[in-house]
Design a protein around this ligand. Sequence first.
Ligand code: NDP
Length: 307
Amino acid sequence: MSTEKVKCLIIGSGPAGYTAAIYTSRAGFQPVVYEGITPGGQLTITTDVENFPGYPEGVSGQQMMDDIRKQALRFGADIRSGIAVKTDLSKRPFTVTMDSGAVLEAEALIVATGATAKYLGLPSEVKFAGQGVSACATCDGFFYRKQDVAVVGGGDTACEDAVYLAGLCRKVYMVVRRNALRASKPMQAKVAHTPNIEIIWEHQVKEVLGNESGVNGVLLVNNQGEERKIEVTGLFLAIGHTPNSEVFKSWLETDEHGYIVTQGKSTHTNVEGVFACGDVQDPVYRQGITAAASGCKAAIDVEHFLS
Ligand code: NDP
């Protein structure tokens, strides 16, 4: 297969990738975008998005990503399906091989491959995804106002989610598999000072319970094998994310969790001409709006770099 030469190649298609495509196409760089495993990214697997500015009535995640995609197409972005399987970033132009076997040579490369929330691996959690099971408290917490919910995990994300949900919900259970939290001390203190959070130590989720209306409980099991049921309408998973940086890892600097390291307030990576935006480089904010903003920054960084 012959090699295709492109000015700007964007790998990934969430709010970061599509926004980078809008800006780079409007700037005349004829970007080629490969959409990756989940076209449209993580927002396409949530329910409604109510916190993205510009949608006063809220919008489905899928609809929003379709809209941003259309906006990129309108300015000439060349959006394709495919997954990057091999990269050579040792010299410019950068070489990226796709799962179809297509080989591209890019003057500038934007990595916007996102992150994937970790799930427990239970069939019942898949069954109730979007119907009570969520991996994003900030996105979906609002739908559980005044209800009882559970958060799984004991890290900073779980604590932050529990505190956030405690402001909306009647009661929040934190299901923690050990007898200690992994979270930072200040975050632990916040949890301890929030009266409607109850930590259930040394328990794991065995089954998500529910019916056609969605989740109505969770079956827990402790380290001695004893079972306990809690009645909740929402189950929030906060057991970590995996940044989708694997295919770039041998060239790009990553932190200990695999997030691509960007320099200062820019989207520059350690390789000149390679930029990273969205959740693949953001272990902290992880919102659609912050991903879109960093996609814009990556496009502007590309513009400065190529001109
Ligand atoms: P972490 O990896 O730090 O924590 C994951 C938590 O989930 C741990 O308590 C872990 O338990 C638990 N867990 C993992 N797998 C399972 C499972 N299968 N069943 C039950 N429990 C499980 O992930 P976070 O997303 O919390 O944080 C990631 C990084 O982002 C951290 O460096 C964190 O500090 C940072 N962060 C910072 C924030 C801030 O500064 N405001 C906010 C959010 C995150 P165990 O402890 O037993 O391994």
